[in-house]
Design a protein around this ligand. Structure first.
Ligand code: AQP
Length: 335
């Protein structure tokens, strides 16, 4: 990461919560393309561990999942020598700016967030303030680094939009403090659905193991999950309204192989769902094989992981501190 390069490249930033091993949804909707951003942008990738405690986490498991998510980012091809990769909670400026931004965000705008409504319904026994103000912390994550582009899946588009509204409001009072970020959402694969209920998005915290494919699943497990994926009784591989299960499998197959829906329909015309599910399963197994192997290697080298985590937090911390100081001075704090 060149902090002071004269030919300034645009900055891209994305985070992922260490709430479990990432799913095929996280991968196809966001993570698959993250390494390619390193060619064109200054990149920042983060393990969003502060976000993950909006839902109760078991301490030892959370600690392990944070290291695992960091190892997964490296396994995907994110290179700590080319960009910044770090753990969010190791940079205190995230929590500090989040508090400031809370005071520039309206209750009404937060109440409209779909993710808040969904998660509040899912965890009705723990509708905490953090779940409600989650978008302010996410806005802090983005704005601290003056990110130009934020590659995300479709479910996070609303959060990038509220981040823009908060930045705009702050800038209109204090001048140009924050860069306005743009979301970057893939054309296909932006919303991968659950294999057990294809009307619901695939989520890593889904308690039903048959709903998700995890990036660390062994080939036989992946094949089994695809064989039992919920489809319909029509037995015809075609993309159409009301065929949520098949549409989802076609989307997954298309993103991985690069085949158009027309080609998939013609290749599987007159063949049963069994053949198609097996083909999708095999394509996913081959796509994820190198990721799983590299992940296991990085995870085994704890000393290297911790060294990269520390270095990432130091570099991120320097950039974040500059933005935080600027925002605090503008508000009127004494630094
Ligand atoms: N089903 C999905 N299809 C496409 N993209 C998805 N993303 C998540 N689910 C899908 C994208 O993955 C990135 C990282 O997500 P996150 O961990 O920051 O939060 P999330 O969106 O809440 O993801 P999960 O898997 O649903 O996590 P839990 O279960 O913990 O809430 C984001 O860019 C997201 O858009």
């Amino acid at each position: 990461m060149q902090e002071n390069n004269t030919q300034k490249r645009k900055r891209s930033l994305s985070f992922i919560q260490p709430t479990s091993v990432p799913t095929l949804g996280n991968y196809l909707g966001a993570m698959k393309i993250w390494p390619s951003f390193q060619d064109e942008y200054d990149t920042i990738y983060g393990v969003a561990d502060l976000h993950s405690i909006t839902v109760r986490q078991e301490p030892a498991k959370l600690r392990q999942q944070i290291h695992e998510m960091f190892a997964m980012l490296l396994a995907l091809g994110i290179d700590p020598e080319r960009g910044i990769v770090f753990i969010q909670s190791q940079v205190p400026a995230h929590s500090q700016l989040a508090w400031l931004l809370n005071c520039y965000t309206q209750f009404g705008e937060l109440s409209r967030m779909t993710q808040f409504k969904d998660k509040a319904a899912q965890h009705s026994d723990n509708v905490n303030a953090g779940l409600f103000t989650y978008p302010c912390l996410m806005a802090a994550d983005i704005l601290l680094y003056q990110a130009d582009v934020v590659p995300v899946g479709a479910d996070q588009k609303q959060h990038v939009e509220i981040c823009r509204d908060i930045a705009q409001r702050f800038n209109s009072v204090y001048g140009n403090v924050f860069t306005m970020p743009e979301p970057s959402i893939p054309k296909i694969g932006a919303r991968v659905m659950s294999l057990a209920d294809p009307t619901k998005k695939m989520s890593k915290s889904d308690p039903n193991p048959r709903a998700t494919v995890l990036l660390t699943d062994e080939p036989n497990v992946i094949m089994k999950k695809f064989k039992s994926a919920v489809t319909d009784s029509e037995m015809s591989v075609r993309y159409a309204e009301g065929k949520d299960g098949i549409n989802n499998l076609m989307t997954i197959y298309s993103v991985i192989t690069g085949y158009s829906f027309e080609k998939i329909e013609s290749d599987f015309s007159g063949r049963g769902y069994g053949d198609f599910k097996a083909a999708v399963g095999e394509a996913v197994v081959e796509e994820l094989r190198p990721v799983r192997e590299k992940f296991n290697r990085y995870l085994a080298d704890k000393a290297y992981l911790v060294e990269c985590e520390k270095k990432g937090a130091e570099t991120a911390g320097r950039i974040a501190r500059r933005t935080l100081d600027k925002a605090m001075k503008k508000i009127g704090f004494v630094l």
